[in-house]
Design a protein around this ligand. Structure first.
Ligand code: FDA
Length: 303
């Protein structure tokens, strides 16, 4: 219920304006967001790399409704790619198709993504297309499938909460597309998604086993220790080498676990969001764990 409320608030513009400009909101955001500028995200990447953890940079922004802005978002990602290539950072990028114009038309998002992929391929950098709410699932998978024919440096994300995902995973396995498996951070109706967390977790486990066994360098993106332990056990039992998979977590969450896995020789990548448009991202992190609201309250009392 609280989760639903948080995700509803994410869409209210007045509240977004208020929180985004409020010093408490900004302070809370800093726990989950690397900063507002690329320099800060690069510093975080460097710090992660120092602990043998890779990064995936996300320049926050979504649901762009203006073509010029969507083109600018693509140009911006190209600058990020150049910046990564010019540094020694072990980092790739994560992009959202609604930042590249998916709300305007799938054709625009596709063209803008292609621009990003072209440069990323020249620089040998992988591009992950994040999965947004279910209104965009089909279009996202279609665009990625089409571009994957020409760009094998593109991969995407699937959400275990959606009933459709087992079928999507089979198609992605068949096309050798790299998949990041997540539970799903958006509010979806029971007609298309499991309402019960236990079912989302059980679906995650099955999809994870399929990807570990037959997928192309799957990314197991979760902070759920039981699922991580299951992945490790499954990989060991099936002779799947550590180098054939990656664990992924979010910046600011379970740093201890990130470090432990990296120290044990697993590939670990942390998703590093940055930018001024952090409000929707922050509300999703709050919705996942209402206990985070205690963190908000303690910051509020600090004035
Ligand atoms: P679960 O919610 O069961 O949490 C397990 C444990 O993790 C909790 O008990 C707690 O300890 C910790 N935890 C989880 N969330 C926390 C939080 N917000 N604050 C503090 N602790 C927390 N989703 C999506 O729809 N599309 C996408 O493209 C992506 N991309 C993505 C990339 C990466 C690298 C990750 C790790 C996650 C995503 N997600 C996502 C988000 C994902 O769908 C999911 O909402 C979160 O990962 C939380 O679910 P867990 O799997 O961690 O499990």
């Amino acid at each position: 219920m609280l989760k639903d409320t948080m995700l509803y608030l994410a869409k209210q513009d007045g509240i977004r304006q208020f929180v985004s400009h409020n010093p408490v909101g900004r302070r809370v955001a800093r726990r989950f967001v690397a900063g507002e500028a690329l320099d800060e995200a690069m510093d975080v990447s460097e710090e992660l790399n120092g602990r043998h953890i890779s990064a995936s940079l996300d320049h926050l922004g979504e649901n762009v409704s203006d073509s010029t802005e969507a083109r600018a978002a693509a140009a911006d990602y190209i600058k990020i790619l150049d910046r990564i290539a010019a540094s020694t950072a072990d980092a790739n990028i994560s992009v959202k198709l609604t930042a590249l114009g998916l709300d305007i038309s799938p054709a625009q998002a596709r063209t803008n993504l292609m621009r990003v992929l072209e440069r990323a391929r020249e620089l040998n950098i992988f591009v992950r297309v994040d999965m947004e709410c279910a209104d965009y699932t089909q279009a996202t998978l279609e665009i990625v499938a089409e571009l994957h024919h020409d760009y094998d440096n593109v991969g995407t994300v699937v959400q275990s909460m959606l009933y459709r995902t087992p079928k999507d995973v089979e198609a992605l396995i068949a096309s050798k597309t790299r998949v990041r498996l997540v539970k799903g951070a958006y509010l979806e109706p029971p007609a298309i998604a499991y309402p019960r967390k236990a079912d989302v977790d059980a679906a995650y486990r099955e999809l994870m086993f399929a990807l570990l066994e037959r997928g192309t360098y799957p990314a197991i993106a979760t902070h759920d220790e039981r699922l991580i332990a299951d992945a490790r056990r499954f990989a060991a039992a099936h002779g799947i080498a550590k180098a054939r998979l990656e664990f992924q977590m979010l910046y600011g969450i379970r740093r201890d676990l990130q470090e432990k896995l990296a120290q044990e020789g697993y590939n670990v990548r942390v998703y590093v969001p940055y930018g001024t448009q952090w409000y929707p991202y922050l509300t999703r992190r709050m919705a996942e764990r209402p206990a985070n609201l205690v963190f908000v309250a303690s910051n509020a009392f600090r004035g």
